[in-house]
Ligand binder design. Sequence first.
Ligand SMILES: Cc1cc2nc3c(=O)[nH]c(=O)nc-3n(C[C@H](O)[C@H](O)[C@H](O)COP(=O)(O)OP(=O)(O)OC[C@H]3O[C@@H](n4cnc5c(N)ncnc54)[C@H](O)[C@@H]3O)c2cc1C
Length: 498
Amino acid sequence: MTAIAMPAPDKDVIARRQEILRALQAIVPGEGVIHDEREMRAYETDALTAYRQLPLIVVLPQTVDQVSRVLKYCYDNNVKVVPRGAGTSLSGGALPLADGVLLSMMKFNQVLDVDFANRAAVVQPGVTNLGITRAVEHEGFYYAPDPSSQIACSIGGNIAENSGGVHCLKYGLTTNNVLGLEMVLINGEVVRLGGKHLDSEGYDLLALMTGSEGLLGVVTEVTVRILQKPETARALLIGFPTSEDGGRCVADIIGAGIIPGGMEMMDKLAIHAAEDFVHAGYPRDVEALLIVELDGPEGEVDLLIGRVEEIARTNQASHLRVSESEEERMTFWAGRKAAFPAVGRISPDYLCMDGTIPRRELPRVLARMRELSVKHGLAVANVFHAGDGNLHPLILYDANKPGELDAAEAFGADILKLCVEVGGVLTGEHGVGIEKRDLMSEMFTEEDLKQQQRVKCAFDEKHLLNPGKVFPVLNSCAELGKMHVHKGKLPFPDIPRF
Ligand SMILES: Cc1cc2nc3c(=O)[nH]c(=O)nc-3n(C[C@H](O)[C@H](O)[C@H](O)COP(=O)(O)OP(=O)(O)OC[C@H]3O[C@@H](n4cnc5c(N)ncnc54)[C@H](O)[C@@H]3O)c2cc1C
């Protein structure tokens, strides 16, 4: 089924499975090691479900010491390791390897410290995103980045993917809300970066770790910034006769210097699917729907609502409603938050893409996407973080129809190439993983990619942490150091290249 090639499994490692199992059981006793095929099935995929692979062994450590000893063992014995949080990655980042240990961090599920004076919370990486807000909301605080998967996804996974959500337009992505980390390197060394204070000493390794997709280290503790809830929040529901009008309205709102707490857009297919599913009161006779949320002191919110209404009318808005109560505001959002499962009800399968474009390009990109839909013979529903220019086209297909997965992947690749062509990037918040790995060369030159791999080598010179993800070609670290090739003989011939 997998169209994306993974590194060939190391037969020597697979032959040593029993010996590796015994060693890991000695480090993580009891139920912390899973090796039965039936039980390992739960880990064979993440939310990119078109791709599946049973791991060699699953390990669920509970202490930093156990993580450190597991990694050191794997390092000394050349065993690959795939870190995993809740397994909600949409880019295949947590896809296991047949010859690799799957390291689940979900037993690290404690909130360690809440420090309102420093506006910080210290949590273990398996705590869910929403779990952080739950731990601080009694004092009127919350954790701002809010991926739609926040009820399930772990903060460790959020760090690895630099996750975003509706409120990131105003409050920043994960990278802007993380203050400190503890992580374990592949050789077992425990490292601490940052803390409750602003900025850390030396190079900004914290920023490097955020978005590193499990390739540089395993996160074992996270310090995040917590914010006080805004005094008030109101939302506008704005419908447009064309997507282009909606796209222009988004650019004009930001251009006017207004930064909404959230600004999300849906196209007709997504509007109808969401309305049929949750009855949020969305208009059905519009081509695009914008939800704009403004938050802050009441007077400021009222003023900004008036200005956004004006901008919407200038852009031919055909439907305009402002929430008059907290309940109504939540109803506006209910449809958007349920949009993915709603689309899941109208199509047997869908591929959720993730690319980012300059906001001004929204009208052009939406128009081109319609042409691509005709070219590939598949429908597309658009649900996206319009304020950030972060698109989430959902390509509808049926995996049981021969050729449709291939067509959906080709359509997805065309959309991402289009994002790069108009000056955007391959991913906004879901990461590269395996999904966009082979498209990296659309955005980066060979030398760019080598440069990035040199950073990887500084942390993991044996390529044992999550190999096969992010980089389309696995250069050995020695090759990147420009080793001399004598008479065509490749140095380190045992290192996988694919
Ligand atoms: C319905 C749905 C909606 C979603 N909506 C959004 C959204 O709005 N915004 C968004 O950004 N994402 C969204 N996602 C994607 C996903 O939830 C995020 O990428 C999330 O951060 C993944 O967290 P996780 O705990 O599930 O990580 P996993 O899927 O388990 O792993 C993801 C990556 O993180 C690495 N990793 C996990 N834990 C650690 C650790 N402790 N140390 C080092 N590396 C680690 C893994 O190796 C892997 O590369 C959505 C997913 C679904 C299914």
